[in-house]
Design a protein around this ligand. Structure first.
Ligand code: XMP
Length: 494
C-alpha cells in the first residue's frame, strides 16, 4: 500500500453515493466507496483520514436496517454523516430518530452557524437540497445543532471534540450551492487532507498496475462504445497495446451511424493501439426478434444473443487469459456483498461522468452521447422489431437529437430520444391518403433517473422536429410528444 491520503465513503445504498465520492476527489483527495458491511478491522487497516457515511433509502431505527458499530465513531478519525448517515450516527450514539409528520423534499432555505469549521465561508442564509422522511428528534450527547430549516431543527450538527459531524441534507448535489464548500471544509480542514492527489496520476498508476497484472497475457474486452467499456478499452490499450482484442457487437439496434462512429475511434484508423473486431450481427438479431412483441422477452433475446455472438468470437481468437468488462462503481460496491440486502438500483448516470474519462482523452462525441440502454432501439420500438422500423426510429431520433443539440436553455432534457409506437393511423400527404406509423418524442428532466418529469421542450423545437421527421423519414405520418412523468411511465418505452 502506498501512503496516499484516503477518505472512505461508507455506502448505505443512497442514490448520490458516487457523487459524494466525486466531490471529495474534486477536493484533490483520494476517495474510495465501501459497503456498510465492511468489517471494522478492514476499515482500520485502510487507515482513512476521514469517513463519510452516505444517505440511504431505509429508516435507521427499523429492524435489519443497514447499520454500523459504535466503535466506528471512536477511532479518532473524523466522521461526517449525510442524510441517513447523519441519522444513523445520532441513533447509534444514543440520540433519537423519528418519522416526520411532513416529508421535507426539494430546495429548502437554511440558516447555518458559519463560525464552525464545517460551515466556514458559507453564508449564514443559503439553500440546501432536502430529501428525508425521518428526522433527528434528539441529538446524541455532546452534539450541538449548527444549522436548521423551518421544519428541521437539526439540519446539521457537530460534536467537535469527538470529530463527529452530521448533515441532514445533501451537500453533494448541485442543488445545494454551498455543499461543495462544506465537503471541502470537512476533508481538507477537519480531516486535514493535504489535497495533493491528482486524477492524471491515478490514470498513470492504473495503467502501470494493469501492465503488471496482465504480463504477456491476452485480453478480451466486450466494447459497446458506451463510457464504461470505452474507458476499459482505452486504459487497457495504453497498458498492453495489441495484447488486447476488443469485440464490438453491432446488433442492428444502435442509433444512426453509431456503429461507424465506434469503429472510427477504436478501429484500425483510430488513435488506439489494439485489435478491433466489429461483428455485424443485425440480421441475426432481427431473425431472432421476428414476431416477438413482449418487452421482457425482447430484452432476454437481445441479451442472450449478445453472449452467443461474443462467445463465438472468443473461440475464434483462441486462448484468452483475461476477460474485461467495463462496469460501473455500484457493481463494484455491491459485488462481494452477501445476499440478504435488497439490491438497490443505483443509476449510473447519477454521478455524471467519471473524472478519468476526461483524463483519458476519449473523443467527446462518444463520451457526451445521450445515455443509451443496453438493449438499444429494441426497447424504443414498441412491439415487433423489424429492419424497417429500426430505420424509421434511427432517422427520427437523429433529427430530434440534432434539433435539441442546436438549442440551449434550462429546459434541455437530461435524456431525450425518439421512439416508435406500434400505432399506424390515417393521414394525408400530397393529396394522398397515408396509413403510417406514429413516432413519439420523449424528453425528461431528472436527477437520479428513478423519477422524472417530462421536459418542457419549446414549441418551436417540437414543431421543427415534427416537420423534419414527416418530410425526411419515410413511413411516418404523425409525431407525438410524451408528457408522462416517471412514475407512472418509465423513461424508456419498454
Ligand atoms: P427506465 O426506462 O427504467 O430507465 O425509466 C431509467 C434509465 O435507465 C436506462 N435504461 C437502461 N440502461 N440497460 C441500460 O444500460 C437497460 O436495459 C436499460 N433500461 C433502461 C434508461 O435509458 C434511463 O436512462
Amino acid at each position: 500500500m502506498d501512503s496516499k491520503e484516503l477518505v472512505l465513503v461508507i455506502d448505505f445504498g443512497g442514490q448520490y453515493n458516487q457523487l459524494v465520492a466525486r466531490r471529495v476527489r474534486e477536493c484533490n483527495v483520494y476517495c474510495e466507496i465501501t459497503s456498510y458491511r465492511t468489517p471494522l478491522d478492514k476499515i482500520k487497516e485502510m487507515a482513512p483520514k476521514g469517513i463519510i457515511l452516505t444517505g440511504g433509502p431505509n429508516s435507521c431505527y427499523e429492524q435489519g436496517a443497514p447499520s454500523c458499530s459504535k466503535e466506528l465513531f471512536n477511532l479518532g478519525i473524523p466522521v461526517l454523516g449525510l442524510c441517513y448517515g447523519a441519522q444513523l450516527m445520532h441513533l447509534v450514539l444514543g440520540g433519537e430518530v423519528k418519522r416526520a409528520d411532513h416529508r421535507e423534499y426539494g430546495h429548502t432555505d437554511i440558516e447555518i452557524d458559519n463560525t464552525t469549521a464545517l460551515m466556514a465561508d458559507v453564508p449564514k442564509n443559503t439553500t440546501c437540497w432536502m430529501s428525508h422522511n425521518d428526522y433527528i428528534s434528539r441529538m446524541a450527547e455532546g452534539f450541538v445543532s449548527i444549522a436548521h430549516t423551518d421544519n428541521c431543527p437539526v439540519a446539521a450538527a457537530q460534536n467537535e471534540a469527538a470529530g463527529l459531524y452530521s448533515i441532514q441534507f445533501h451537500p453533494e448535489v448541485l442543488h445545494t450551492p454551498e455543499g461543495t464548500k462544506m465537503l471541502y471544509n470537512f476533508v481538507r480542514n477537519i480531516c486535514g487532507c493535504k489535497g495533493d492527489w491528482r486524477m492524471d496520476s491515478f490514470v498513470e498508476e492504473s495503467i502501470r498496475a494493469i501492465r503488471e497484472k496482465v504480463g504477456n497475457g491476452r485480453v478480451l474486452c466486450a466494447l459497446s462504445g458506451g463510457v464504461d467499456s470505452s474507458v476499459a478499452a482505452v486504459l487497457l490499450s495504453k497498458a498492453v497495446g495489441k495484447q488486447l482484442t476488443c469485440v464490438f457487437v453491432d446488433h442492428g439496434l444502435l442509433r444512426k451511424n453509431e456503429g461507424d462512429e465506434v469503429e472510427a475511434v477504436f478501429g484500425p484508423n483510430g488513435p488506439y493501439d489494439l485489435n478491433f473486431i466489429r461483428v455485424n450481427a443485425a440480421d441475426r438479431y432481427y431473425e431472432k426478434l421476428k414476431g416477438v412483441e413482449e418487452p421482457e422477452r425482447k430484452r432476454k433475446i437481445i441479451g442472450e444473443e449478445f453472449i452467443r455472438v461474443f462467445e463465438e468470437e472468443a473461440k475464434k481468437i483462441g486462448t484468452v487469459d483475461f476477460l474485461v468488462q467495463g462496469t460501473i462503481y455500484p457493481d463494484v460496491v455491491e459485488s462481494g456483498l452477501g445476499g440478504e440486502s435488497a439490491v438497490i438500483k443505483s443509476h449510473h448516470n447519477v454521478g455524471g461522468l467519471p473524472d478519468h474519462v476526461l483524463e483519458l482523452g476519449i473523443p467527446k462525441n462518444l463520451v457526451f452521447r445521450q445515455p443509451f440502454p443496453g438493449p438499444g432501439l429494441g426497447i424504443r420500438i414498441i412491439g415487433e422489431v423489424t429492419a424497417e422500423k429500426v430505420r424509421i426510429v434511427q432517422d427520427a431520433d437523429a433529427i430530434f437529437r440534432e434539433e435539441v443539440g442546436k438549442a440551449t436553455g434550462d429546459w434541455i432534457p437530461d435524456q431525450y430520444f425518439a421512439a416508435l409506437t406500434n400505432m399506424r393511423s390515417v393521414g394525408v400527404m400530397g393529396d394522398e391518403r397515408t396509413y403510417d406509423y406514429a413516432v413519439v418524442l420523449r424528453g425528461v428532466k431528472t436527477i437520479d433517473f428513478m423519477t422524472a418529469d417530462a421536459a418542457q421542450i419549446p414549441w418551436e423545437v417540437l414543431q421543427t422536429t415534427m416537420s423534419r421527421i414527416i418530410n425526411e423519414v419515410r413511413g411516418v405520418n404523425r409525431v407525438l410528444f410524451d408528457i408522462t412523468s416517471k412514475p407512472p411511465g418509465t423513461i424508456e418505452m419498454e
